[in-house]
Design a protein around this ligand. Structure first.
Ligand SMILES: Nc1ncnc2c1ncn2[C@@H]1O[C@H](COP(=O)(O)OP(=O)(O)OP(=O)(O)O)[C@@H](O)[C@H]1O
Ligand SMILES: [Mg+2]
Length: 239
């Protein structure tokens, strides 16, 4: 498996607080997301990675927060980013960016894909979001349908980077259905929580659906004391 990026995290309650790249840009956590951004061009030596999927072994490992912060970090370099909530079971991106979820990806897939997707502005320049929309009866069927391929085709034309937030692998087939449609996948694991066997099962499943695992993000790592010293020293002397 490729390199592991470590992200320090003291999870805040909800909303903007979790967007550390916006709320605490000088923090080691935000710096970790910028480092993750910096590794993107090197993740796949075969081809540039533009369409990226995040998944995990189980709920609550930090997929949504990781992808949203990576999206902000990419947008901060001036690249256009489309962040899409493909987790129709436990959607979270609309909450992070304060958007309503009355319509979104599920609406497009059920009612037809218009030319020019209705991406929502986020207040972050260059970053737009397509929320999940209401939960459909069978999201895996929708995500496997030709309409999803059309959504992805348009997204590739509308943004430099397309980041897809997906449900965990164990719960539903959605991530496995999406995986072959993207350039690569980030597996988000939670330090101290994800079981080794679950990570191994996830890796085996992804290898079966023939997706490139670009990297593993280890979330919830306590920031190393030296990291705090380094960032503290930017503004004031450190003992
Ligand atoms: N690196 C991080 N920094 C700060 N907060 C985080 C971080 N990662 C996760 N969190 C917080 O932990 C909680 C769970 O994270 P998140 O919603 O991103 O997980 P998830 O894997 O998308 O969960 P779900 O399976 O429900 O979709 C949220 O409250 C989120 O704000
Ligand atoms: Mg989520």
């Amino acid at each position: 498996m490729p390199d592991t990026a470590t992200l320090g995290a003291t999870p805040p309650a909800a909303g903007q607080e979790a967007l550390v790249t916006l709320s605490r840009p000088e923090s080691p956590q935000a710096e970790a997301f910028r480092q993750l951004r910096a590794t993107l061009p090197f993740m796949d030596p075969e081809r540039p990675v533009r369409v990226l999927l995040a998944t995990s072994t189980r709920d609550d490992e930090g997929k949504t927060a990781t992808l949203a912060n990576l999206a902000v970090a990419l947008a901060q370099t001036g690249r256009s980013v489309a962040l899409v909530d493909c987790d129709m079971r436990r959607p979270g991106l609309h909450l992070l960016f304060g958007l309503d979820n009355a319509t979104g990806l599920s609406t497009l897939l059920q009612e037809g894909v218009p030319p020019g997707l209705p991406l929502r502005e986020t207040g972050v320049p260059q970053l737009r979001v397509l929320p999940s929309g209401p939960q459909p009866p069978d999201s895996a069927v929708l995500l496997a349908a030709p309409a999803m391929a059309e959504v992805l085709r348009q997204l590739r034309n509308q943004a430099d980077y397309v980041l897809l937030d997906a449900p965990p692998l164990v719960a539903v087939g959605d991530a496995a259905v999406l995986a072959p449609q993207v350039d690569g996948l980030l597996l988000v694991l939670k330090a101290g929580v994800t079981q080794r066997e679950a990570a191994q099962r996830a890796k085996a499943l992804l290898q079966r659906v023939n997706v490139t695992i670009l990297g593993v993000v280890l979330n919830n790592v306590q920031p190393h004391r030296d990291a705090w010293r380094y960032f503290a020293s930017q503004g004031r002397p450190v003992r």
